[in-house]
Design a protein around this ligand. Structure first.
Ligand code: SF4
Length: 483
């Protein structure tokens, strides 16, 4: 008995057209077809059946649409295969410039004590958790030795401003060393803004340093999520945002929110707060299962299903805001829509295949350890060093990027060959998160049928495509988000 059908079983009996690779999914009674480069087509079951049977009439609208979108080719369109190849190469072109984001954890100290914090922070009087000049200099050498023409150095913590001397040292060291190299160098500080001063802002102005901060919602929610002495995290953050805008410019500060179980009550009050603070959008991001988020059991407080309901309500509200004439984006949706509607991959770390660990961004810990991602570092704080991929004291760029510790999870993260993903209609838009799957299931691949990552992405892609394709007004709002 043979395991597979003979080759001629799969050959098209109708000579008029040839099928090009595609996958399909059913969404709200319609059939979605997607091809190799993410072009999509909504149709009916009968059309799909006729398409694969080789009986689709070549004068039908479906035939002409599917041919122009590279789902089929015929005698007149043999160049479709080459075009598909060129589009695939364009989509993957980001990967040649590996690692433009370099995260420097210059202090683990923090004066906040957020229960969901992804960093297992140290109390603010422990100088032992600051990065030394010697380690900082090695991290700068490492960052500048990679192939990417653009290098973004992001200062992280704890609270990086508690080690401002090392931050200044890194900026000077990187600029000086880069004079001979000529990369496009930029800096951003990820800070809660509680300890920002005029001196720090003057320095940021001088060196064109941007600020990324946290804003979880209105005062009651933000201060509940982010306890600190004085219970005034919100007041300090919003005053800080104002000061940054006055000194550095309105667009020099952005904010990220973290969705906790308390945020799920009503996304609209969080969105209203972002509007009140003058932001042009919000990233309705879920909580990651690392660090204090696990220790304090916050991650288990809600799963992806609850997050998805929260996201849908938030997105609906944001669409209403746009319909009233105010341009305001949901950034996760905008990133996905860009992947769906254009050939430009925005390079978002969680939606890359192979995964973005190491090759999208890399982390230098205060003590010289190198991690494949921020989440990998958080896992190490919990005692698991799986994603520790080197040490600045002993390893150079080549050692780290050719090590099995990085290549092994990267190889397993290819969605084109991963079980379930390889057949998924959303594979071209999706990515892999080996750290998340390792943290939650113990292996890099995870079981997609049970994966919160998969649930979240599958439903978000499905919802966005259905919403985009069903309503002209929504379609033009979504298009304005990606332009
Ligand atoms: S993770 Fe889920 S949504 Fe993403 S490609 Fe794999 S099966 Fe599809």
């Amino acid at each position: 008995m043979t395991k597979f059908q003979k080759q001629n079983f799969f050959q098209n009996t109708n000579e008029s057209y040839e099928l090009l690779p595609f996958r399909f999914a059913r969404i709200n009674g319609r059939v979605l077809l997607t091809n190799l480069v993410g072009e999509y087509f909504f149709t009916k079951d009968e059309v799909l059946k006729s398409l694969v049977d080789g009986t689709l009439p070549n004068d039908s609208d479906d035939y002409l649409n599917l041919r122009s979108l590279h789902f089929i080719c015929d005698d007149q369109t043999q160049s479709a295969k080459q075009l598909l190849g060129i589009k695939t190469r364009t989509k993957l072109s980001n990967y040649s410039n590996l690692t433009s984001l370099h995260m420097f954890v210059i202090s683990l100290r923090c004066e906040h004590s957020c229960p969901y914090c992804q960093v297992s922070r140290q109390s603010d009087d422990k100088l032992a958790f600051d990065m030394s000049y010697e380690t900082a200099s090695k991290a700068v050498d490492f960052a500048l030795s990679g192939p990417s023409p653009r290098i973004k150095i992001e200062f992280q913590g704890g609270e990086p401003l508690l080690n401002f001397d090392t931050l200044k040292f890194i900026v000077h060291d990187a600029k000086e060393k880069n004079e001979a190299i000529g990369k496009d160098l930029s800096f951003v500080i990820a800070t809660n803004l509680a300890v920002i001063t005029d001196e720090i802002l003057d320095y940021c102005k001088l060196h064109d340093i941007e600020i990324s901060t946290s804003l979880d919602g209105p005062a009651s929610l933000h201060n509940h999520n982010r306890p600190r002495p004085g219970n005034n995290s919100y007041e300090l953050a919003t005053e800080g945002i104002k000061k940054v805008r006055e000194k550095l410019g309105f667009d020099k500060v952005n904010a990220l929110m973290t969705t906790t179980d308390k945020s799920l009550d009503d996304p609209r009050i969080i969105i209203d707060e972002y509007l009140k603070q003058g932001f042009s959008g919000i990233f309705l991001r879920p909580l990651s299962p690392y660090g204090f988020a696990i220790k304090t059991k916050k991650y288990n407080a809600y799963g992806s299903k609850k997050w998805f309901e929260f996201y849908k309500t938030g997105l609906e509200y944001i669409l209403e805001i746009n319909k009233s004439g105010v341009h305001f984006r949901e950034f996760y949706s905008a990133t996905i829509l860009k992947k769906i509607l254009t050939l430009k991959d925005p390079g978002y770390v969680d939606l890359r295949s192979p995964a973005g660990i190491g090759i999208g961004g890399i982390v230098y810990n205060y003590d010289g350890k190198i991690f494949a991602s921020d989440e990998g570092r958080m896992l190490a704080e919990m005692g698991d060093n799986t994603f520790e991929i080197g040490n600045l004291a002993t390893d150079n760029f080549k050692d780290v990027f050719l090590s099995d510790k990085l290549l092994d999870p990267l190889e397993q993260s290819m969605t084109t060959s991963a079980p379930r993903c390889s057949e998924c209609a959303f594979e071209q838009y999706c990515g892999a998160d080996p750290v998340f799957h390792y943290a939650t299931t113990g292996d890099f691949l995870g079981k997609k049928a049970e994966s919160d990552f998969c649930y979240r992405n599958y439903n978000t892609f499905s919802h966005l495509l259905d919403t985009y394709d069903s309503n002209l007004e929504t379609r033009s709002i979504f298009e304005s988000w990606i332009n």
